[in-house]
Design a protein around this ligand. Structure first.
Ligand SMILES: C[S@@+](CC[C@H](N)C(=O)[O-])C[C@H]1O[C@@H](n2cnc3c(N)ncnc32)[C@H](O)[C@@H]1O
Length: 335
């Protein structure tokens, strides 16, 4: 395995690490550091969050992460999703999806991590946040979707195309961060201990996962899938399985680590546009159904889902729609 001049291997564990080495692509990272360094980050969560939000918006303008242009191009109308993750659809609500990543990163109390991994980094939304939080760390984003990684690569971040189910680092890492990704993997009773084993002593596993399984935005997906003319096509198709109860994660982790912190935050996202909750779901949880449908059936499926969702997410007086979104946060520190 060959190391590059900055010590980050180009080939980790036999998998491809994509590195964009043009000056233009690397510039945003440097720019973010400069912004953060000039802002006097304190330990205060609020101040850190403000700094990151400011930095993130600057970065978004520079490198296209969180760029809503694509969604606006379509006039906000709902269109059928492409197979695999669709970065454009996902980034339609980039700011809302970034908030939990900022909150999670702010709570990671590692004194000076050298190696930080973003598992399921997707388009790289959280990579600028992690880069600012841990400016001296080697940072690698891992994801199994080439389409999502392309966006992270174009912003100059180091990424690895890999399946989390089989991923392991070439050497122990100090922080494993994962925002809104591990819920897509089964068997957390095996996965979480395996990830802990990838940590160096004092290392931290920091995870955020949606806990929305029984909410209309999720429950109505399977109901519509089972009830329409597409029921045969969609038999056996499911979205991300429900996460475990918080106490189950505590039991799983507490016997293996020296400190566990778990909390739930419910965000009240203020969404705009036509059927914005449907747009939201099309970027994430609705994706498996859309992928499995014949393209010709997708518009009707989306129309049925939209109609079923509307009474649950009525527009407010100002035309916005509120999406109450519960997220489970887990921090575990290894001895
Ligand atoms: C909802 S997106 C979250 C992306 C990013 N963490 C963020 O906060 O914006 C979920 C990501 O998890 C990735 N993912 C899902 N299952 C995966 C797996 N088994 N291995 C690697 N990545 C996976 C998807 O490709 C997708 O990019």
């Amino acid at each position: 395995m060959e190391n590059t001049s900055d010590g980050i291997p180009d080939n980790v564990n036999g998998a491809i690490v994509n590195r964009n080495q043009t000056n233009l692509a690397v510039a945003p990272r440097v720019g973010l550091r400069a912004v953060v360094e000039s802002c006097q980050i304190t330990e205060s969560h609020c101040i850190f969050r403000q700094v990151i939000l400011v930095s993130y918006k600057k970065l978004s303008q520079k490198c296209g992460i969180g760029d809503n242009a694509a969604a606006e191009d379509s006039g906000g109308a709902i269109s059928a999703a492409k197979p695999d993750w669709d970065p454009r659809q996902y980034l339609h609500f980039a700011d809302e999806r970034l908030r939990p990543a900022i909150d999670l990163a702010a709570r990671i109390g590692h004194p000076g991590p050298r190696r930080v991994i973003d598992l399921g980094c997707g388009t790289g939304n959280a990579l600028p946040v992690l880069s600012a939080r841990f400016p001296n760390a080697e940072l690698v984003g891992v994801d199994s979707s080439p389409a999502m990684l392309e966006k992270a690569n174009s912003a100059g971040f180091t990424t690895q195309l890999a399946d989390i189910a089989t991923w392991s680092p070439p050497q122990p890492v100090d922080v494993i961060f994962s925002n809104a990704a591990l819920q897509w993997l089964p068997d957390h009773a095996a996965l979480f201990p395996r990830l802990l084993a990838c940590l160096a002593p004092g290392g931290i596993l920091a995870v955020q996962m949606p806990a929305m399984h029984n909410e209309p935005v999720r429950a109505l997906q399977s109901a519509i899938a089972l009830s329409g003319p597409w029921s045969k096509q969609l038999s056996g198709v499911t979205s991300a399985p429900p996460v475990l109860e918080p106490a189950a994660y505590y039991d799983l982790l507490s016997e293996r680590v020296c400190a566990v912190e778990i909390w739930i935050t419910q965000y009240l996202h203020v969404l705009r546009g036509e059927d914005p909750v449907v747009q939201w779901a099309m970027g994430t949880s609705l994706r498996p159904y859309l992928d499995a449908l014949r393209p010709g059936d997708r518009p009707e499926f989306i129309a049925a889902y939209s109609k079923a969702l509307r009474p649950h997410y009525p527009p407010r007086a100002d035309g916005t729609v509120l999406l109450a979104f519960r997220r489970l946060f887990i921090l575990a520190r290894k001895q």
